[in-house]
Design a protein around this ligand. Structure first.
Ligand code: NAD
Length: 696
């Protein structure tokens, strides 16, 4: 396949980028553009050149297939391509439709003129990968759209429709259809009028007060991007476009780009980008596996989870039937959904029409007769195996053949649930996270007999409802909650040894976790864990007790909902305030256990909590519960508030060096107060460390 098509109409050469789906700027395409520009340059019959893409994309930027391979930097690199285009003696007009992003926009900025379709999507999104545009974007864009607009686009990475940039000099013409013909006509006019070439590099940024603007931008960006170095580097580079000659600015941009490329933050963001794509692939479910049509969904249970789950589908335009046991519960569920939408409306995120359109897709019912034709039914009733058995027995009886039967259970055995039906191949776990309409993670629990086309269908559907789906095998807690137990174990151990809830929360929050374990516990409610512990104590009388947590619960301190938990809360407020009563309980428990509290460092808190996640993550990998380490990272990034700039627990371990992680674990095991068995490093971890390998 030719990477760029070349044709001549009249006196205009048209070069069409041809690397579907989005004209990623891979090596072959880069070579082809240079060859085509040269060819047009040498043809005396050609007086101007149009550089066009497809309707879907002028170019979406770098070719992701080349990420991390030598090809990505092999000459001609993008800078060389742009140099060739810009220095052409014959005018080059970009014809822009669809995505024009990153390197794609930088290429367009190297052209002498630009004609765009009004809805073309314009962006320099590199900052989202912890980088900045590295092929002149920071130098050329401000020369055409001004400092303010350029800086906004570069620091946010957001997509702007071409029409919105109408007032700037970025586009010479904006059209509603057939951008290619418009660009050819425009090129003909340039030739006929003998217009001089306009090279963006030669333009000056006219902006009085630019210095003051840049300074205030720097302050704002510094305040809002504390964990990420890229946004400030973007400001520096744009500032150079204003204060320095073009070539010097280009050098500053280049240096910043190369420096950012090696930062852990950019590593983390690029890891998450590829991990999200990888998670969508299931090793033994080929991409061409047929899928089942999902035109209508039923949700059983209109409680905390059921309502949020239903909203995901309504938002995607898929009708939902919501089933409850009692009218009262149904009414409550419906009112919550409406209230959530009304809140979005107040925040300007939804119009009144959209709200009504979504509510109109929702059909409440008390009768199983109304859900029998749904293509997918998701059960979100009480977490009780008896109730699940009754519900799955019923849906097995009423649902049409081929319907997918899903459970949102967070702890129960999916194989057992599948066994409640006569069609276990159609049963799957869809574990949403609370609030289900907000959290992006969806753990897809693959039971022993789940059919491949069921998996393929839900993975496709997850994308439609904008979730990040990660497949988990069946085990207690699946990927996320199973690991969380180990993280919490260490938080509790550190508490006994001498740290306070505040110190532990603060250390982890400063490190980047959205919320420390104790504040999180107070938010989620401590009573759920207490109930589970009481059951476990009864089943295993010898097991170690969580004395401090049990005492708090014994006093009715269930967290925010009772105004007291690990912290105290003032009425109507969510601030977690330290509570001397808790300190006294902790001190008493330490004394009874004969523990002399010691000074615990923040570093120890972070390492013990995070490496506890890593060790269990390694076991999960070893057992095949997760297919790849990056899937585990996705679970933590999208379901547990793990900091984006860290890239997930498994990447943290990789970047620390697995031999170092193993050595730390052995060190923790050797501490006098330690549970040595807890810190036995997972076999896979030891194997990888010894082989000098990483998880990812
Ligand atoms: P909830 O108590 O808020 O809601 C359960 C709803 O199911 C109630 O409205 C109840 O009336 C209804 N219900 C109970 N039995 C029913 C039946 N036989 N038929 C129809 N409706 C019935 O509970 P929740 O927090 O929404 O949890 C639901 C499920 O989701 C559980 O399996 C839970 O483990 C799981 N889950 C919960 C969370 C969370 O954070 N709350 C997160 C992930 C998964």
């Amino acid at each position: 396949m030719e990477s760029a098509l070349y044709e001549v109409t009249g006196n205009i050469a048209v070069i069409t980028l041809n690397n579907p789906p989005i004209n990623g700027l891979g090596l072959d395409l880069r070579k082809a553009v240079i060859a085509s520009i040269d060819r047009a340059g040498q043809d005396p019959a050609v007086h101007a050149i149009v550089l066009a893409g497809s309707d879907r994309a002028f170019s979406g930027g770098a070719d992701v297939k080349e990420f991390g391979t030598p090809k990505s930097s092999t000459e001609p690199n993008l800078l060389s391509v742009i140099r060739t285009v810009e220095s052409s003696d014959k005018p080059v007009v970009a014809a822009i439709a669809g995505a024009c992003m990153g390197g794609g926009l930088e290429l367009a900025l190297g052209c002498h003129f630009r004609v765009a379709k009004a809805d073309a999507q314009i962006a320099l999104p590199e900052v989202k990968l912890g980088l900045l545009p590295g092929a002149g974007g920071t130098q050329r864009l401000p020369r055409l759209v001004g400092l303010g607009t350029a800086l906004n686009m570069i620091v946010s990475g957001s997509i702007v429709p071409a029409a919105q940039l109408k007032a700037s000099s970025l586009f010479d013409e904006i059209v509603d259809s057939d951008v290619r013909s418009a660009a050819i006509r425009f090129a003909q006019r340039v030739v006929a009028e003998n217009r001089p070439l306009r090279r963006v590099r030669d333009l000056q940024i006219k902006d009085a007060g630019g210095e003051a603007f840049l300074q205030s931008a720097r302050d704002k960006v510094a305040a809002s991007s504390k964990h990420f170095p890229a946004p400030l580097k973007c400001v520096d580079a744009v500032a150079a476009a204003y204060t320095k000659p073009f070539d010097e600015g280009m050098k500053i941009e280049r240096e910043a780009f190369l420096a950012l490329m090696t930062t852990p933050e950019s590593r983390a963001l690029r890891h998450a980008f590829t991990a999200e794509r990888a998670a969508a692939k299931i090793p033994d479910v080929p991409a061409d596996t047929p899928t089942r049509h999902i035109g209508r969904v039923a949700v059983i249970g209109a409680g905390t989870m059921g309502g949020g789950i239903a909203m995901n589908f309504l938002n995607a335009g898929i009708p939902v039937t919501l089933l409850e046991m009692k009218q009262e519960a149904l009414d409550r569920g419906l009112a919550t959904i409406r209230r959530n939408y009304e809140n979005s409306m107040k925040r300007g995120k939804l119009s009144a029409d959209q709200l009504e359109a979504r509510m109109a897709l929702l059909q409440p019912t008390l009768s199983y007769d109304d859900i029998k034709d749904a293509d997918l039914v998701i059960e979100a009733v009480f977490e009780d195996i008896g109730v699940k058995e009754q519900v799955f027995g019923k849906i097995d009886e009423v649902m049409k053949p081929g319907a997918i039967l899903a459970s949102n259970t967070s702890t129960l055995d999916m194989n057992r649930i599948a066994g409640f039906t006569k069609r276990p191949q159609d049963v799957i776990g869809l574990h949403f996270f609370s609030p289900a309409n907000v959290m992006r993670l969806l753990e897809v629990v693959r039971a022993e007999k789940t059919a491949k086309d069921v998996l393929a269908t839900v993975m496709q559907l997850a994308k439609k409802i904008k979730k990040v789906a990660v497949v988990s095998g069946v085990c207690d807690g699946f990927i996320g909650n199973r690991m969380l137990k180990f993280y919490r174990n260490q938080a509790n151990a550190l508490l006994e040894e001498g740290a306070s809830p505040q110190q532990i929360d603060r250390a982890l929050e400063n490190w980047g976790m959205a919320m420390g374990p104790f504040r999180m516990g107070d938010l989620a409610g401590l009573d759920i864990g207490w109930a589970i512990r009481k059951r476990l104590y009864a089943e295993n009388p010898g097991m170690k007790r969580s004395v401090i947590a049990d005492r708090l619960c014994g006093l009715g301190r269930f967290g925010q909902k009772t105004g007291k938990g690990w912290y105290r809360y003032e009425a109507g407020r969510r601030d977690a305030l330290p509570d001397p009563e808790v300190d006294a309980i902790i001190a008493a428990a330490r004394k009874e256990a004969g523990i002399t509290p010691r000074e615990v460092s923040d570093e120890e808190i972070i390492e013990r909590c995070i490496y506890a996640l890593v060790n269990e993550g390694a076991r999960i990998l070893e057992e095949g519960i997760a297919a790849r380490a990056s899937d585990i990272d996705m679970v933590y990034l999208h379901g547990y508030g793990f900091p984006a700039h860290r890239g997930g627990p498994m990447l943290v371990a990789d970047l620390a060096g697995l031999p170092n992680v193993v050595a730390k674990m052995r060190g923790f095991a050797a501490q006098p107060s330690a549970d040595a068995a807890f810190w036995e490093p997972a076999r896979l971890l030891v194997r990888l460390a010894e082989a000098g390998k990483t998880f990812n």
